[in-house]
Design a protein around this ligand. Structure first.
Ligand SMILES: [Zn+2]
Length: 306
């Protein structure tokens, strides 16, 4: 629990398979948590009802922050569009519905933006004002912070770096359908598909390809290094264009080992303009706590806006 008298702020991370919630202290520690499976039926209404119950389990809250999949209109707390990761999620009035049910201020942002905010305030981004967060997992995305604030751009899409063009035909389609986008070549599913395409042993998923790399499988090592190199090169071009102080690499693929982030950093350094070669490229630190910490920070910042 937080310090006596400290506002109790709860961060919520809504995912396609599970919902996590945590009571987060002002210093960014998760003091109590709740997790449950995301309802598969009942659409957004069932998902938001589960969130209300979980917040209730964690005790009274003065404010709630939510990280949600899809493109989120942060001002309105509304999901503008979403993939089928959560059926019926597009159009969900997350902010309005939760404020009405909980009776406290509720702030909502895209899940990757929220992870980035967690790393910025309490993780690998601490102390940086201008930061690029790169998330490599089932998809490839990211977030941009300038002057200590997550930026969203005119269509709430700022940070969506998965659609950067890469000189490689990906083994799976990007979420948008293209094959020559970073996500198509560097996501977790892309690495697994590329490993199969290169004649590697049959594998279930990314953890198995990563285990094979660690066991000395040369094809697994090459496929993972090649995917990481594409990320590093694409990110270098982006950093040339916008100029940040630090790059933080997170997500499920980044967590397969230090070698992955090292490949990203090496490719970045070989590609980026000379004045930016000292920009650190580092691994995210908070893991699955990042969205909880970031969502709570989002709620605190929005409270301060009032
Ligand atoms: Zn794309």
């Amino acid at each position: 629990m937080g310090e006596p008298g400290e506002p109790a702020v709860i961060g919520v991370d809504i995912g396609g398979t599970k919902i996590a919630a945590g009571r987060v202290t002002a210093s960014g520690a998760v003091a109590a948590r709740a997790v449950r499976a995301t309802p598969r039926t009942g659409g957004a209404q069932a998902v938001l009802a589960a969130v209300v119950e979980m917040v209730g389990e964690l005790g009274p809250a003065e404010a709630v922050g939510v990280g949600a999949p899809g493109v989120v209109d942060v001002a309105g707390g509304r999901v503008l569009s979403a993939t089928e990761v959560l059926p019926g999620w597009a159009g969900a009035e997350v902010g309005t519905a939760l404020r009405a049910a909980l009776g406290v201020p509720v702030a909502v942002d895209n899940d990757v933006r929220v992870m980035a905010l967690g790393e910025l305030c309490a993780g690998a981004g601490r102390g940086a004002r201008d930061l690029l967060f790169v998330s490599v997992g089932t998809g490839v995305g990211g977030a941009l912070a300038l002057d200590g604030r997550i930026r969203h751009g005119s269509a709430w899409s700022a940070g969506e770096l998965g659609h950067l063009l890469v000189p490689h035909e990906g083994a799976v389609p990007c979420g948008c359908g293209r094959r020559d986008h970073l996500e198509a070549a560097a996501s977790g599913p892309a690495i697994v598909a590329e490993y199969r395409r290169r004649g590697g042993e049959p594998v279930d998923g990314l953890p198995e390809v990563a285990a094979r790399m660690r066991a000395g499988d040369a094809v697994a090592a090459e496929v993972i290094a090649a995917a990481a190199t594409l990320v590093g090169r694409a990110v270098a071009g982006l950093v040339d264009a916008i100029g940040v102080q630090r790059v933080v690499v997170g997500g499920g693929v980044a967590s397969i080992g230090a070698a992955y982030v090292q490949h990203v950093a090496d490719a970045f350094r070989a590609e980026v303009l000379p004045p930016l070669r000292d920009v650190p490229v580092v691994a995210a630190e908070l893991g699955t706590d990042a969205p909880l910490v970031g969502a709570a920070e989002l709620a605190r910042r929005r409270e301060g806006d009032r």
